[in-house]
Write a protein that binds this ligand. Structure first.
Ligand SMILES: [Zn+2]
Length: 228
């Protein structure tokens, strides 16, 4: 797989992470899931169970225990892959320590503190918040994600102004999970300029799988990060 072949694949990338030659990353859309699996060979991806929890594992060698985790970090040249259909794939890079991380986060993961878990583990490995960059990939946007009022209140406890992350429209409540993730990263001293939110809603855009739109039998997108 060379760069030219890769560019033909349907995917989006974070302009922020592209600034770092030490890391590669891809948010594939549904048109290229199979193709991307073929070119990368699925066996080369490291994945975790994704149980909507807040646990993050460190991968030092293979095989590793993936049970019960929603996030991974590594210093090795493994490709970390997160599968999503509406949930947030968030990719992290500490350019000083040359460590990567990837998490799967829906409202359950965000409300139970998965971002906090990952960043704290990075810090135990010597990372400083000023060196950590994060990219939030395609996920269900505030345009489409209507939720029960209770779910907004749940975040209202940890996020001061829920006006930032929710709005009342057509007598429903809409929640902005990307913004919540950004605020939670900022609470861990990662500055706004170190965070990228890709502006693609999986529910509006037919190029993505959407659990909300298509039901539980829908496919999953693959989101990948690896060290060069
Ligand atoms: Zn939408």
């Amino acid at each position: 797989m060379n760069e030219r072949q890769l560019k033909k694949l349907f995917m989006v990338q974070s302009k922020l992470l592209l600034n770092f030659p030490g890391v590669k990353h891809y948010f594939f859309d549904k048109n290229d899931v199979n193709k991307s699996l073929k070119v990368f060979n699925f066996d080369s991806f490291q994945t975790v169970d994704q149980v909507h929890g807040n646990r993050v594992t460190t991968i030092n060698s293979l095989p590793f225990d993936s049970k019960g985790y929603d996030g991974m970090i590594t210093k090795r040249k493994y490709l970390l892959a997160i599968r999503t259909a509406d949930c947030l794939p968030i990719l992290f890079y500490d350019y000083k320590k040359n460590i990567i991380g990837a998490i799967h986060a829906g409202w359950r993961g965000l409300s139970s503190g998965i971002i906090n878990s990952l960043i704290r583990i990075l810090m135990t490995k010597g990372s400083q918040s000023k060196h950590i960059f994060g990219a939030i990939g395609p996920h269900i946007g505030r345009c489409c994600y209507d939720v029960p009022r209770e779910r907004i209140k749940m975040f209202g406890k940890t996020i001061d102004s829920d006006k930032l992350v929710s709005e009342n429209r057509r007598s429903s409540w809409f929640l902005d999970l990307g913004k919540i993730a950004q605020i939670q990263m900022q609470q861990m001293n990662i500055q706004k300029r170190q965070i990228d939110i890709l502006p693609f809603c999986t529910s509006c855009n037919k190029n993505y799988y959407s659990y909300r739109r298509d039901g539980s039998s829908t496919g999953r997108m693959i989101n990948v990060i690896g060290l060069n």
